[in-house]
Design a protein around this ligand. Structure first.
Ligand code: ATP
Ligand code: FE2
Length: 338
């Protein structure tokens, strides 16, 4: 018994096979790279529409996918770019009808936390979800995952991507800035922008561009940007952990592949007696496996939908989804404990 997961919220078209024990059998992905500048939703959607048949064929020809084994087809319902989401959902609907298997809509942000929870074996962690489009602190409470803090403007990854281009680099900017930062010193003073549980990056972006124009070394700037931006994320994450009294944190999203961020989170967590975990990079970035696994949890708790109710939802919020698989059986004492 396996679940097929289909991911297409933004740059990444991905399909994966995961079994009921959470073993990831195979992931096939293809990332849309804009020729210049940021992502163009329709071009990315066209890329995905062309990529999916190839990804499917690859999974079959490499022996990972046997259609008769597939128990359900899961897809990202949102949040994400409408045209991109629709190209993944169309493929999911088609396969669900063709194979006569249930169709399972999955919230993309919830999937990042569930794959991290699966891999870490943690029960009730706080998630720092740091990707291109999203930057949020998420934790479970009373039947749903709640967003406790988030970016007030752009996602930290988009900030890094834009900045890298302004400094003469190319997409994706996060890994490039990480590389530059290794050869730099944190000598450039930059604005640190935390507002309660929220963060913002636009001031940092402007200040970094000005500093570059005024002669700051790219490497020093990259290092200073990493120190500032990741400290902001660690501060809000620490506050969430402290107030909730949780003992586990997990990282998700493409920026969680960053070694400096991982190290900082660990340094914050360890002295507090908090365990921290970051999935391997290929499961931090957008991937079909997290959709397949979360799809399994959703399906097991009655979340299949007919095709007519499988519309995508580009603005779906994390806390709009009933996390029924986290709800304790009737009679259990605390609604917050799995
Ligand atoms: P979404 O916001 O829907 O999750 P996305 O396409 O941005 O979509 P991801 O694949 O999770 O999703 O992340 C891509 C982002 O991660 C890019 O902004 C990229 O620059 C950043 N990134 C990848 N590797 C690193 C790294 N080593 N350090 C910092 N940022 C990184
Ligand atoms: Fe993501």
């Amino acid at each position: 018994m396996v679940i097929l997961g289909i991911e297409s919220t933004a740059h990444t078209a991905s399909m994966a096979i995961v079994d009921a024990e959470g073993n990831v059998r195979a992931i096939a992905s293809d990332v849309y790279k804009p020729p210049s500048g940021g992502i163009h939703p329709r071009e990315a959607a066209n890329h995905h529409a062309e990529a999916f048949p190839e990804l499917l064929a690859r999974l079959v020809s490499e022996g990972h996918l046997h259609p008769e084994e597939v128990e359900a087809v899961a897809f990202s319902r949102g949040p994400g770019l409408g045209p991109c989401l629709r190209s993944g959902a169309t493929v999911a609907r088609m396969l669900s009808l063709r194979w006569n298997r249930p169709l399972i809509p999955v919230n993309h942000c919830v999937a990042h936390i569930e794959i991290a929870r699966l891999l870490s074996g943690m029960t009730d962690p706080v998630l720092l979800y740091a990707s291109g489009g999203n930057t949020q602190i998420i934790a479970y409470a009373h039947g749903r995952y709640r967003v406790l803090g988030e970016t007030l403007d752009m996602g930290v990854g988009n900030f890094l991507d834009k900045l890298a281009i302004a400094l003469g680099g190319t997409f994706p900017g996060g890994p490039l800035i990480e590389q530059w930062a290794r050869q730099g010193e944190p000598t450039v003073e930059l604005p640190y922008s935390v507002h309660g549980m929220d963060v913002s990056f636009s001031g940092l972006y402007t200040a970094a561009k000005v500093a570059f124009r005024n002669g700051a070394r790219r490497e020093d700037l990259a290092r200073s940007v990493e120190e500032t931006a990741y400290s902001m994320l660690c501060e809000t994450l620490e506050r969430a952990v402290a107030h909730l009294g949780r003992h586990e944190v997990v990282l998700g999203g493409g920026v969680a592949a960053n070694q400096r961020l991982r190290g900082m989170v660990e340094r914050m967590a360890t002295p507090r007696g908090v365990r921290s975990f970051a999935p391997p990079p290929k499961l931090c970035v957008d991937n079909g496996a997290m959709i397949a696994w979360t799809g399994y949890l959703v399906w097991r708790t009655g979340g299949a939908v007919p095709v007519e109710e499988s519309l995508v939802d580009p603005r779906q919020r994390t806390d709009q989804v009933d996390a029924r698989w986290r709800t304790p059986p009737p009679g259990a004492r605390s609604p917050d404990v799995r």
